[in-house]
Design a protein around this ligand. Structure first.
Ligand SMILES: NC(=O)c1ccc[n+]([C@@H]2O[C@H](COP(=O)([O-])OP(=O)(O)OC[C@H]3O[C@@H](n4cnc5c(N)ncnc54)[C@H](OP(=O)(O)O)[C@@H]3O)[C@@H](O)[C@H]2O)c1
Length: 223
């Protein structure tokens, strides 16, 4: 796929590199520094390159939105026409001081984003993970258990694209349902951040669900 990265910081820089190494055609965009975008593209290898948000969007099969919530309007304005585009967002709707969710419970960052760009197809994914885990999972150092990533969207095709990207990054995709489920995954992402950055050590978190009739098991959530 051709993948545009909107926001090339901790999340966008790492996931963009992983997508490029998984064989996708990646354009890194939106940083204060053009030199940083060029270095990211060089280090990622393959056909990765640096560009403007508009260049990242043009011809993209999927976009990763990975900016602070306060930068969303700016990056969307610089992105040009997003009609019909699949947008995978890992952005959490944090307030400017990063102390709390600015949107929660009755809506979510992902739903508000979808309202801003009604002709695009938004998927919420990757935001329950601290960016520090991405490379070890992609490189297979995470041990035997394959960690999972939950995603949600109202659009079937966008879900398919996101599931493929999650697989390509080394995770098991877990379909959590419609986009409104982001109301619950976004606060959950803060719990994961709390455990990862402020606890003694980031624990491996996994839930196993027993399905009574089928006794089918599913493991959800990493790291
Ligand atoms: N980090 C995590 O582990 C994590 C986990 C889950 C969810 N998230 C969410 O993912 C989103 C991105 O997080 P992050 O940690 O990747 O953030 P980040 O490292 O700060 O990256 C943000 C990117 O936006 C760029 N940017 C910011 N203001 C800009 C401006 N005025 N002009 C041009 N570029 C600008 C930054 O430029 P520079 O390259 O110059 O810095 C950087 O490339 C956030 O919504 C966060 O809540 C993060």
């Amino acid at each position: 796929m051709r993948i545009g990265i909107l926001g090339s910081g901790l999340m966008g820089g790492k996931l963009g590199t992983i997508f490029a190494r998984a064989g996708h055609d990646v354009v890194f965009s939106y940083s204060h520094s053009k030199a940083k975008l060029e270095k990211l593209a060089r280090d990622a290898g393959g056909r990765a390159r640096a560009g403007t948000p508009e260049e990242a969007v043009r011809d993209a099969d999927a976009l990763l939105l990975a900016v602070h919530w306060t930068r969303v309007d700016d990056v969307l304005k610089k992105s040009g026409n997003l009609s019909g585009k699949v947008i995978v967002t890992c952005s959490l709707p944090m307030n400017a001081k990063d102390t709390a969710l600015a949107i929660a419970h009755t809506s979510s960052g992902a739903e508000e984003l979808a309202k801003k760009i009604p002709k695009a197809h938004v998927v919420s994914a990757f935001n329950t993970l601290p960016s520090e885990v991405f490379f070890s999972v992609f490189e297979g150092d995470a041990g035997e258990a394959q960690p999972s990533v939950v995603y949600c969207s109202d659009d079937k095709r966008a879900k398919k694209v996101a599931a493929q990207l999650i697989k390509d990054a080394g995770f098991e995709p877990v379909d959590a349902g419609p986009l409104r489920i982001a109301r619950y995954t976004e606060p959950f992402a803060l719990l994961m951040g709390q455990l990862a950055y402020e606890g003694d050590r980031g624990p491996a978190v996994a839930y196993r669900f027993e399905w009574f009739e089928e006794r089918k098991q599913g493991a959800v959530v990493a790291p």
